[in-house]
Every structure is written in C-alpha cells, then in structure tokens.
Design a protein around this ligand. Sequence first.
Ligand code: SAH
Length: 243
Amino acid sequence: MNRKKRISLLSAGIWYSFFLIVAGFLSGQAVDGNYDLLRERMVERQIVARGVQDTSVLAAMKSVPRHLFVPEDLRSAAYSDRPLPIGYGQTISQPYIVAYMTELLEVNPEHKVLEIGTGSGYQAAVLSRLAREVYTIEIIPELGNAAAERLRELGYDNVTVRIGDGYQGWPEEAPFDRIIVTAAPEQIPPKLVEQLKPGGRMVIPTGPQWWGQDLLVVEKREDGSIKTINTIPVRFVPMVKEK
Ligand code: SAH
C-alpha cells in the first residue's frame, strides 16, 4: 500500500470513529430526552389527572428517573400506569400509588422519615426530595443492597438503607416525623406506632395477605392517642414475618 492510500484509509478510520462517537452520544441523548418526556406525561396523565395536587410531590415525581429503578429489560415500561416486577417476587408500586401515598404523608423539609420495604429504592428517592432524612428497611438483602448502591450512584445521599425486619422499626433512629409502609401487614405493627413522634403520621396498607387491603393514615396526636383514617382500597405484597 502506498503512503497516500494509507493516510486516506487512516483518516477515513478516524472520521468513522468520530461519527460513531457522535451518533452514540446523540442517540443516548434522544433516549434520555424520551424518558424525560414520558415522565412528564406520566405525571400529567396518571397523577395530576387523578387528583394529586401537592406541587412538591409532583416536582419530586418529575425529577426521579423511575426507569433507572426497574430491571433493564423493563425500562421502556417504567412510565406505564402499573406496578412492575423487580425480582424476588416483589414489585415497584404503580406511579400513582407512590404519588398518592407521598401526598397523604404530608412531608416537609424538616422531617425525618422511615420507610418499610425499600424494594427498588424508588419511593425512598421520591421521599428524599421532600424530607431532611430518609431511613428505609428491606428484608431481602439482595434487593436492599442493590437499592443502596443505586441510591448512592444517583446521589440520593440523605437516604440510609438497612437490611432487617420492618416490624421492629429502627429504634436507634426513632422517633420519626413520618412513617410509610410499602408492604402490607395484617395489622398495624405496634413498634411502628411507638416510633412515631407525637404529632406525626404514618401511611400504611393493612389487611389480609394476597387480598385487597385498606390504605390507612394513622395520626398520633400530641397526647399520644391514635386516630386512623381509611382512604382507598389497595393491593400490596405482604409484609413478611421473619421465621
Ligand atoms: N417501596 C418499594 C416497593 C416495595 S415492594 C419501591 O419503591 O420499589 C415491598 C417491599 O417490602 C419488598 O421489597 C419486600 O421484600 C419488602 N418487605 C416485605 N416484608 C418486609 C419486612 N418485614 N421488613 C422489611 N421489608 C419487607
């Protein structure tokens, strides 16, 4: 091969690599842009349309990249109006339910929040945009560890994940201003009520396993007495008891 030919081949090669890099970059951008659009639409059509109004909750739902909390092969379905499997027989809740429960919780930037049932970490990420600190407990180590890693990588650094049994709560960090339970026990766990601050509130689905449950708001008054408000029927995975 003569020198001229070699140089022209080399420069074609360089141009081709450059083209691949630019094309790769642009398609990555397009995909991300697409997810942003899908997320906007999810908030408008599934959440605002069903009556969630709290602007800070809507902003949090618009900011958290839900597609990064579902298994890779389900990313294209991340913004659809349903729960999705996240492995180990567990699910990430439907976007509307996440928003509705978050609105019911009435979180403010001073609050210390406890979540039971970390799962993918998505609900914890949404809460982290609204609260001072989020503590979240997951009973399946593989899910809890993956969620902790994901939350760290995405920079949600006011969230702390613990592997453990949610029925015990997190006594070392109690009391909590807010508690949200994202798996369903048959009855309200007494230790969670104990770890709620007076004036605090808890949102929790309660009822028979594998059947429908009621989504309850539990308020602890300043005098320590409890008021329970029944909201909507829901269906959550069971909150399991350690054997
Ligand atoms: N909030 C999650 C979805 C929760 S699915 C998200 O945003 O993705 C319910 C989770 O509760 C499951 O991961 C399940 O393993 C966990 N779980 C069930 N029983 C539990 C218990 N006793 N203590 C802690 N976590 C529990």
